[in-house]
Write a protein that binds this ligand. Structure first.
Ligand code: SER
Length: 337
């Protein structure tokens, strides 16, 4: 049987590395990747071709391939995007636009819908302040869509672009025989935590940074207040949710963007867990105004009832299982603690 050609952009990022391992485990894929960085050794054996460099200059090369699935993960994360908004917009929005055009063209030409996965984020939401955030608690996909960050605005707009290209591109759906359009699917991820990699440039990074520091016996100054609360998810659950969403038959998909959630934690609760696991861990709180402001604008919890209803979403890791079954055993192996 011929292999499914897939493209993974941002392959060297946290989701990229975990996703490529997941694809390799499933088998049957011809994996092409792109990233600014060279591929880490751990995923090199699974990748057929890697394009290193700025994705905006690479997209035209991808017209030579017939990708059945595009996982477009390349992006500037939220804190980095805030320090370089114009650059971030280029990468986050123009990069997505180029790939959507490619997928739209190939879908029509081959009369087969290219599947397009886009990782969106809780950053697409924007709550006015911490008080409102506490008062509203858990929010649905269509609530509080006024992001405070460049990254969040980019994600929200790209969700709309994806929806446009998969349903209304050129208003071609009104033609007597509309062309085959691409099949865009997005997940709004909470803060993701991997035992194997560390994020950089994000705002939810204090969660994973704190845990990795504690595991290595390094002191950590948390850049948000102890009461800062966000939804988080174990990386294996993020990969599981991507596969579940992409495997779902198209008629089961009632919308192009879904919330997914696993557990919410305050920074103080993370610290408590880290101290239990690594007694003597030195974790202090030194809030950074800008990053605290971003966290205050993101929801403390998201309602993922639609994902549960439409394609049976359920995380494997609640907070206890996250620590006991996934994170601590892996991290102890990794750092030899
Ligand atoms: N984890 C991301 C960030 O902090 C949000 O999607 O930027």
């Amino acid at each position: 049987m011929s292999k499914k050609q897939v493209l993974v952009t941002g392959a060297c990022g946290e989701i990229g590395q975990a996703l490529i391992q997941g694809l390799a485990q499933r088998g049957g894929y011809h994996i092409v990747t792109s990233d600014l960085a060279p591929l880490p050794k751990s995923i090199q054996p699974y990748v057929s071709e890697h394009f290193q460099g700025d994705m905006l200059n690479k997209t035209k090369l991808f017209y030579d391939y017939d990708f059945e699935v595009i996982y477009h993960l390349a992006a500037f994360l939220s804190s980095k995007a805030e320090s370089m908004p114009e650059e971030a917009h280029k990468v986050n929005v123009e990069g997505t636009m180029q790939l959507l055009l490619l997928a739209a063209y190939k879908s029509e030409k081959k009369s087969r819908a290219v599947q397009f996965f886009f990782p969106s984020s809780i950053a697409a939401h924007g709550l006015p302040d911490a008080k409102t955030k506490t008062a509203v608690g858990c929010i649905k996909e269509d609530e509080w869509l006024r992001p405070h960050t460049m990254y969040g605005a980019n994600k929200l707009y790209c969700e709309d672009l994806g929806n446009y290209f998969s349903r209304y591109y050129g208003q071609r759906h009104l033609e007597p025989e509309p062309p085959v359009m691409l099949d865009f699917r997005a997940l709004r991820f909470p803060g993701l935590v991997s035992a194997f990699t560390l994020p950089s440039g994000g705002t939810s990074d204090y969660g994973p940074e704190m845990l990795h520091a504690a595991a290595q016996g390094k002191a950590y100054a948390c850049f948000v207040r102890a009461d800062a609360s966000l939804p988080f998810m174990a990386m294996p659950d993020a990969v599981k949710s991507i596969f579940m969403l992409m495997d779902a038959p198209r008629p089961a998909i009632s919308q192009s963007v879904y919330n997914v959630s696993a557990f919410s934690q305050t920074a103080a609760e993370f610290r408590q867990r880290a101290l239990q696991a690594f007694p003597g861990a030195q974790i202090s709180f030194e809030p950074n105004l800008l990053r605290q402001g971003i966290v205050d604008s993101w929801p403390a919890d998201v309602d993922d009832a639609l994902a549960r209803r439409d394609w049976g979403w359920q995380p494997d890791y609640d907070v206890d299982r996250f620590f006991e079954v996934y994170f601590l055993p892996e991290i102890r192996k990794r750092y030899g603690k």
